[in-house]
Design a protein around this ligand. Structure first.
Ligand SMILES: Nc1ncnc2c1ncn2[C@@H]1O[C@H](COP(=O)(O)OP(=O)(O)OP(=O)(O)O)[C@@H](O)[C@H]1O
Ligand SMILES: [Mg+2]
Length: 516
């Protein structure tokens, strides 16, 4: 008895100890579970337990919030496969993988109560039923929607930066052929041609300068450079021209253009091509917004009016409209809702840049005139002028009053040919050199009134070499650049009597620089 009692004592002791150990283990487990729940709550992790039939059994408040529900009970009533997963196949794939063990940090697309998609990162583990099977699955969900969106936007910005660099190169390559097209069209226009040929040449001239300008606008935006030519303009004229050129294309896509031109508009001082680009970009956006809304087309309302000293343009569509929460972001460069390849998000950034560059302002409002309150209305307000300014139609009318000797330095034969032809048409004498050594040799032997030099050549010590050449003592210098990058090596500020012009050439600008 004594012996057995003696023997039993340590046994009892052990049982007591095991019991105590189990209690403290359970305590510890509960504490760690609580700590985990607290942590999950703090960092906003959704924690849940789901049955094999796809019913939620337990959820934490963070998950309820993440999915936009008001109460736990709403979530517990859901069918996970149907109500939670955007793609039910994702759910099936996860279930299959869970049969083989836990899954760490896998991405999935869920939907909120309002249907909005949420990107979540899930960690899942099967919980055993104690008989070799699986009783249910435990999951932890992290909402990574914003992070993924941010990464996508970073990637897009990087892509656009790379595209910007490519674009600068392409612009450089495009500028020479464009300069030749534009230049020769302008030269032919100055010859006596019949009405049909004149119309064709004017269109070539106009479209080539617009193409050149679009390339430059992109570069302007990317590098914050401004090159422009301002004349006195009638906004109705500019709007009318663009509407005429775009109307057919828009109407074949079922988009009707309704116009109301005000008759009390003040004239504006502006760069015609830039103002045309405003209207084009706004019309393009209107068309896209209409197409996004429905297949059978829609309407664009284009109105102009005078308002005090301002000329006002409104372009309104009955498309999808601009949601309030993105109203400020639409102006950001590279912000777009269009698919990859469909839009770069530069349109409105360029528009805003041009409007502000003209001293004006632009706003967007909800559409009002068409189909109730749908659509978007863009309002452009430009400052008007009184009195007289230079008129585009009067440009290049008379011949030069004094013949000049001009040295053209350009490695591109097309571009040099165009310049010499233009100079000859103005009654000037031109000599062309394709490299700097030859040009400086010429300038050491012959006197010149002006030198037009390609920016790529004019960099480094070249301008100084010209300055010291005996034939260039009193010459005017015009440095011609195809794109802002080629001006990078120029000495800044530019020496006295030196002007910078951009290609494609603006002949009036060139004329003024040479002759006035
Ligand atoms: N008329 C409009 N109606 C509804 N949304 C518009 C309208 N105009 C612009 N937006 C929104 O603003 C975004 C930015 O417009 P923006 O013109 O800057 O770029 P984009 O049209 O997307 O591309 P890009 O003009 O460079 O081809 C568009 O993607 C669209 O979401
Ligand atoms: Mg656009």
């Amino acid at each position: 008895m004594t012996t057995s009692r003696v023997r039993a004592a340590p046994l009892l002791d052990r049982e007591v100890r095991i019991e105590t150990d189990r209690e403290s283990l359970t305590d510890a487990l509960e504490r760690s579970e609580e700590r985990f729940q607290l942590l999950a709550h703090r960092v906003g992790l959704g924690v849940y337990r789901v049955s094999l039939e796809g019913r939620l059994i337990e959820v934490n408040p963070a998950l309820v919030r993440m999915l936009g529900y008001a109460r736990e009970s709403e979530l517990l009533a859901l069918d996970v496969q149907r109500d939670l997963f955007v793609d039910f196949l994702d759910y099936e794939r996860l279930r299959l993988r869970l049969a083989h063990g836990a899954i760490e940090r896998v991405a999935a697309r869920w939907k909120r109560k309002d249907g909005a998609p949420v990107t979540v990162r899930l960690s899942l583990r099967p919980v055993s039923d104690g008989r070799g099977g699986i009783a249910f699955h435990d999951g932890v969900a992290e909402d990574v929607t914003e992070r993924v969106r941010h990464q996508e936007s970073l990637r897009r910005t990087e892509r656009m930066a790379a595209l910007g660099a490519t674009l600068a190169g392409v612009a450089h390559e495009l500028n020479n052929p464009l300069a030749a097209i534009l230049g020769f069209a302008q030269l032919l226009l100055k010859k006596g041609v019949d009405a049909e040929a004149r119309l064709a040449l004017e269109t070539i001239d106009h479209e080539a300068s617009r193409a050149g300008k679009i390339v430059r606008d992109l570069l302007t935006l990317a590098r914050k450079r401004e090159v422009e030519r301002r004349v006195r303009l009638d906004l109705n004229d500019v709007v009318g021209y663009i509407v005429r050129t775009r109307r057919y294309a828009l109407e074949t896509h079922g988009v009707r253009c309704l116009t109301t031109f005000g008759d009390n508009l003040p004239a504006v001082i502006g760069d015609r091509t830039q103002l045309e680009q405003i209207i084009l970009n706004l019309l393009n956006n209107a068309e896209a917004a209409i197409r996004a809304a429905r297949d059978d087309g829609g309407r664009v309302y284009i109105r102009t009016r005078g308002e005090g000293l301002s000329a006002v343009l409104e372009i309104e569509d009955d498309g999808v409209g601009v949601p309030d929460e993105v109203r400020e972001r639409i102006w950001d460069p590279f912000w777009t809702t269009k698919g990859v390849g469909a839009g770069t998000g530069l349109g409105l950034a360029v528009v805003r840049d041009i409007v502000v560059g003209h001293g004006g302002e632009i706003a967007v409002e909800r559409g009002t005139a068409l189909d109730g309150a749908r659509g978007a209305r863009f309002i452009v307000r430009l400052p008007g002028v009184c009195g007289h300014g230079p008129d585009a139609s009067e440009l290049l009318a008379e011949a030069a009053s004094r013949a000049l000797d001009v040295l053209v330095v350009d490695p591109d034969a097309q571009s040099a040919n165009f310049l010499t032809a233009f100079l000859a048409s103005r009654g000037h004498a031109a000599l062309a050199a394709s490299d700097i050594d030859y040009a400086v040799r010429l300038a050491n032997h012959l006197p010149f009134d002006a030198v037009i030099c390609d920016a790529g050549i004019a960099g480094g010590a070249s301008l100084a070499a010209f300055r010291s050449a005996s034939g260039c003592r009193s010459a005017r210098f015009i440095v011609a650049a195809g794109d802002p990058a080629s001006t990078a090596r120029l000495p800044l500020p530019l020496p006295a009597a030196t002007a910078l012009v951009m290609r494609p050439y603006d002949l009036e600008e060139l004329r003024v620089l040479l002759e006035d």
